[in-house]
Write a protein that binds this ligand. Sequence first.
Ligand SMILES: Nc1ncnc2c1ncn2[C@@H]1O[C@H](COP(=O)(O)OP(=O)(O)OP(=O)(O)O)[C@@H](O)[C@H]1O
Ligand SMILES: [Mg+2]
Length: 278
Amino acid sequence: MPSTETVAEPLVRLRDLHLSFGNNPVLKGIDLDVHRGQAVSIIGPSGSGKSTILRCITGLLQPQRGSIRVGTTEVHTLAQEAQRIELRKRVGFVFQQYNLFPHLSVLENLVIAPRKVLGRNRIDAEKDARALLAKVRMEHKADAYPGQLSGGQQQRVAIARALAMRPELILFDEVTSALDPETVGEVLTVIRELTEEGMTCVLVTHEMRFAEEISDIVYFTENGVIVEHGSAAQIFQHPTSERTQEFLRHALGDPGRRPPIANDPYLLTNLSRYSLSV
Ligand SMILES: Nc1ncnc2c1ncn2[C@@H]1O[C@H](COP(=O)(O)OP(=O)(O)OP(=O)(O)O)[C@@H](O)[C@H]1O
Ligand SMILES: [Mg+2]
């Protein structure tokens, strides 16, 4: 067994996670690993527990049973809010609703947390912020206010804001589901580039073809359990569980099996519509 850290130790490790809201069991024994540099997608029906898993990883929810480790932090043992805030400095979280500060310019939205939380000086924080805005093709809107931007543009700023904290990993929860269809592509393009650069990402998404394209590992959840997981090719092209097959048939709107992604020029052409509108 190789002893290198990346092979041996996942950055995120969930084991036997159980969580109930009152009498409603929502997670019923979740095991999930995310290695450094991986893009891991969680797919599954509405209400199956996907967002709850992400919220457990950031310490926003405490499971009743099981363990959560992020790096060397045993998240399930954190008793104080201050410790959980420390954790959230290292774990970026981007939501469906971008939640930018409406009274701050785009640049200030990126600068405020690094200055106030990480104690960085203004010149350095602004320099980083401008570089990140360039990365998400929003540098020309540095002085605009969130209300002056499209949904896709705001979401790209929200991603840059998460990156400004230099997180070890980023969690994306349905970040395109509130967007107009024509702006979905520009956000997916940014996420794709992050995964290509080796950013560790966990994505909850209903964009199945995107998940198939960018994920190293895909987990299919239903009713609080992981039904199956594996490589994107395995889950999307050779799912073993009937439930996964049924879900994908429905989600992809395609009754037949599609050819492998590398041989699918239609898909690649189709993805080119994910161009940036700035
Ligand atoms: N704060 C809460 N209080 C009570 N029940 C909750 C709470 N948050 C989630 N639930 C319940 O837990 C279950 C799982 O919710 P979760 O949001 O994790 O699902 P999901 O897979 O993300 O669904 P969707 O695809 O619709 O976002 C649902 O039945 C939901 O109603
Ligand atoms: Mg959800």
